[in-house]
Design a protein around this ligand. Structure first.
Ligand code: SAM
Length: 284
């Protein structure tokens, strides 16, 4: 039996048994490994950290996409930063009302390898005529993007280390604000409240975004293969409140079948446990 092991904290490891190491390479940006095991199917890691697996990816991708669309069902132009596995784009492209999706992924190898080994997230994405793929740094992309050019920006990034670091900076969030339309929404990876190192990153991300956007909330979801299983996304907006403005009937009219997300859970996901509220400075 082979074991993939990830260190979740100084004193806690998480391991998954796997049968095959499907692919391993060091790209220009990071170490990329694809595994196949019984419990989670095919999964891949970047620099030794779990990114996506066949079994629980639906949770992450439902939650990074659908709350924004249920808050503003009129979203037409979407910018995805990172998201190289294609899962976020796959969910966005399910909305027939979306006209344009730009995905800016720094590492083309991640996308190409997911097309080969993880079709559950990557297949069909490149082929959709509404899709534009850019393989460059997300920070550089937003720096040169036009003012008020997107309805929604989704930051589907790695943790704030290595190549992902720039996507957790005030400068980046300010550029996102500029590039969003007047009723624009920003969804970003907000790390996790449980283990100290992740909780520190969560607090930093929150403070920076709160200083820029008038409406900022944090919502939670349960991700079995991410450290502690308790993860968060940030919801920041210029005008839309994700709880008061949720358009339940309009979202239901899209007729999308989702395995994790529903509009009851939408509202509940913004209700955070007390220790998380406190860590976020009573943010919610
Ligand atoms: N679901 C995943 C998670 O949180 O573990 C993240 C998925 S996705 C694979 C993250 C992607 O962000 C990676 O493919 C990585 O190459 C990309 N990325 C990291 N930094 C980036 C940057 N500065 N610009 C664009 N993409 C970036």
């Amino acid at each position: 039996m082979n074991w993939y092991t990830e260190q979740w904290s100084k004193n806690c490891n998480f391991s998954i048994a796997y049968e095959t190491l499907l692919h391993s390479e060091k790209s220009t940006f990071q170490q990329i490994d694809f595994y196949k095991g019984e419990e989670f199917g095919t999964f891949f890691t970047l620099d030794g950290l779990m990114m996506v697996n066949e079994k629980d990816e639906f949770i992450y991708h439902d939650m990074i996409v659908h709350p924004a669309f249920a808050t503003n069902p009129k979203i037409k132009k979407v910018l995805i930063i990172g998201g190289g596995d294609g899962g976020t784009a796959r969910e966005v492209l399910r909305y027939p009302t979306v006209e344009k999706v730009v995905m800016v992924e720094i590492d083309e190898r991640v996308f190409r390898l997911c097309q080969e080994y993880l079709p559950i997230t990557a297949s069909g994405v490149e082929e959709d005529r509404r899709m534009e793929l850019c393989f460059e740094d997300g920070l550089a992309y937003v720096n040169q993007a036009n003012d008020a050019s997107f309805d929604l920006i989704i930051v589907d990034s790695t943790d704030p280390i290595s190549v992902g670091e720039g996507l957790f900076t005030t400068a980046f969030y300010q550029e996102c604000y500029r590039v969003l339309k007047k009723d624009g929404i920003l969804i970003n990876q907000h790390e996790s409240p449980y283990f100290a190192e992740y909780a520190e990153n969560m607090k930093k991300a929150r403070e920076k975004i709160k200083a820029i956007f008038p409406i900022t909330e944090v919502y939670q979801y349960h991700m079995p293969t991410y450290p502690s299983g308790h993860w968060l996304f940030g919801f920041a907006s210029k005008t839309h409140d994700p709880i008061k403005d949720v358009k339940v009937e309009e979202w239901k009219n899209f007729g999308l079948k989702t395995k994790y997300y529903n509009t009851d859970l939408h509202v509940g996901s913004f209700s955070l446990p007390n220790y998380v509220r406190e860590a976020l400075g009573n943010g919610n």
